[in-house]
Design a protein around this ligand. Structure first.
Ligand code: BGC
Length: 251
């Protein structure tokens, strides 16, 4: 019984069968570019292409979405994909596209957090842990004694009159051609604000940028919480999606 995870991102849709014992990909992941505009139907075609690539019939599929998802099914916000996603029953849409395959869908940062708490940087960590993904936007996953509080959306906190992710995401660094030092200052201000609100014991820095953590984490100063890069790096979403799908199946 193979369980697949698929991660829908602002730039790519990537997926693979997942080994849930090891918390890792069972095969090399496959990626297609996110269509533009990223409408529900076009994205669902991309997900199907990723699943079909493996030529196997998965038993179920977990999918991450870069917005609020309630009830394992319904999209509520779409900051970085086409607005026509809002209020779509993504579980029904994607399951229909995949010939009735059982599908679980959840927020991308929440999925990454679930995987990191089980297999990565958050393993055995109690208290308040916050995973923040820095990519096209900023995603957040809040855990209290290992239990997820879903859909926290801390990337949209207001910072100096701006939506925080517009200032401190990886996209902002690239679009404005910021030096690591300059960007690290913005990330520091953001973390200080989040710390003031939640006093976490641990920040886990996720998203593609976690591969380059050595370039900016040492530049972050004055934060009381421990700050560590995610260990599953960019595969955390795929693994966490598959974990959530398997939990859905076993009830
Ligand atoms: C969305 C979040 C998402 C994050 C990372 C934000 O713009 O609102 O739901 O987790 O981007 O993709």
């Amino acid at each position: 019984m193979e369980i697949f995870g698929v991660d829908i991102g602002g730039s790519g849709i990537k997926g693979a069968p997942v080994d849930l014992e090891r918390g890792d990909l069972a095969e090399e992941r496959y990626k297609v570019l996110t269509p533009h505009p990223a409408t529900p139907d076009a994205v669902a075609d991309g997900v199907k292409e990723v699943v079909d690539h493996f030529g196997a019939e998965p038993s179920c599929l977990g999918i991450t979405f870069p917005g609020v998802v309630t009830g394992g099914a319904t999209v509520r916000t779409a900051a970085n994909v086409d607005k026509s996603w809002v209020d779509v029953d993504a579980r029904a849409l994607l399951s229909a596209k995949l010939d009735g395959l059982p599908v679980t869908i959840l927020n991308d940062a929440d999925a990454a957090g679930v995987a990191e708490m089980q297999f990565g940087a958050g393993r055995d960590r109690k208290g308040t842990v916050l995973l923040l993904t820095f990519g096209t936007g900023i995603g957040s996953a809040l855990f209290s004694d290992g239990v997820l509080v879903p859909n926290t959306e801390l990337g949209h906190l207001e910072l100096h009159g701006h939506d925080a992710e517009k200032r401190a995401s990886t996209k902002a660094r690239e679009d404005e051609d910021l030096s690591w030092e300059h960007w690290a200052k913005r990330v520091t201000k953001y973390l200080a604000h989040v710390e003031m609100l939640f006093s976490p014991e641990l920040f886990i820095i996720g998203g593609g940028i976690s591969r380059k953590a050595d370039k900016f984490v040492p530049l972050i100063e004055g934060i009381k919480a421990e700050i560590v890069p995610a260990q599953l790096q960019n595969n955390a979403g795929i693994v966490g999606a598959a974990m959530s799908a398997s939990r859905g199946l076993t009830g």
